[in-house]
Design a protein around this ligand. Sequence first.
Ligand code: KG4
Ligand code: ZN
Length: 402
Amino acid sequence: MKILSIETSCDETAVAVLEAEGAYNNTTFQVRGNALYSQAKKHAAFGGVYPSLAKREHAANLAPLLGTALREARLSIPNTQKLTSEQKEYLQKLLVREEGLYRALVTYVEHIEKPALDAIAVTHGPGLEPALWVGINFARALSYIWKLPILPVNHLEGHIVASAVHAEDERAQKYAVEEITFPLLGLIVSGGHTEFVYAEGWGKYRVIGSTRDDSIGEAFDKVARLMGVPYPGGPELSRLANKGRQALATRPAHLMSAIKKMPRPMIQSGDLDFSFSGLKTAVLYQVQELGELSDIQRHLLCAEFEDAVRDVIITKTTRALEQYPARTFVLGGGVSANTHIRKSLEKMFVTNELGCTLRLPAEGLSTDNAVMIGMAGYFMHLRNEPMLDAKDNLIASGNLKF
Ligand code: KG4
Ligand code: ZN
């Protein structure tokens, strides 16, 4: 099955073409085309994602990215396919709020053959509603032009599936999922979410713990900002933390007193919830107390912050697995790209006796992308979930839950 997938829930605009085959316990995914544009730099001036800018950027970039993904998949075959005035009128109405998208889309599709695709998967939530709408309307427009069914995907299921698959050949972009033993416990750590998800089987998800305030990604980005690192600061903060750890390894005694120990919020609470705003505030107070930070102080503070987040994740995961014995554990979402957290989890799973397998997303599938949306769309198809037509009701659900 060839799936065209679209992701616009936040500040990544992404389109992919995926060839998916097999049943649940033996699925292969071959990525045929993968085009992604990160708007992060454009949002940096605002210190976070600015929804109306995200919407405009999605509208400006979707048609070119579609072209790139289809060309990569060798599905962009030049030809003339004139749309009727009735079709154009319909599309114009559908895309009336997506600045420039109607013209860019019509110009492109009128010059190619109908591509050999079987379905369109699109994120319909959770995320920023103005951003989600652009992807949804784009998917409906393509569904209308090419008469393809739509698979409305939950972004969070995308993160879970992306973590469950493994790369058979990462350079060739070939992924596979063999038998996943359920129950599965997932921890989603992204810019928008921090939650434990328990699943008895694919599609049977239940949230069993979540953050009471900031998400982990938000905490990374806000603390990074305090350190003078622009949005999204997570990866750079992690790089600075590494420097701090290296310094500690060579000159520990002298350095240990340079900064205070940061709190590990809710680590003692018996539940599976999180809270990160207190940790962020503790870092802020420490920065205010120290005044102008030296490089080494900055590096040590980043390391201490990252260690605090890591400790919370490890403790809460241990507790979650005690309360909900699972056979597979997956970490998903943007923060799962964090090397320090990945390594600590790997160590924990090597030494534990929980009879549970750890799965982490392949590089490129941690942060938002369209490949994972295609993968989750295929799983929906395997579950026989209803596919939609262009004219069916499909709305953006900013707070979509499992
Ligand atoms: O899943 P994602 O791409 O978008 C959402 O669905 O929210 O997650 C983005 C978040 C950002 O907060 C970003 O700073 C964080 O993931 N992130 C990281 C790393 N890479 C991305 N945080 C810590 N360490 C990283 N290496
Ligand atoms: Zn995400």
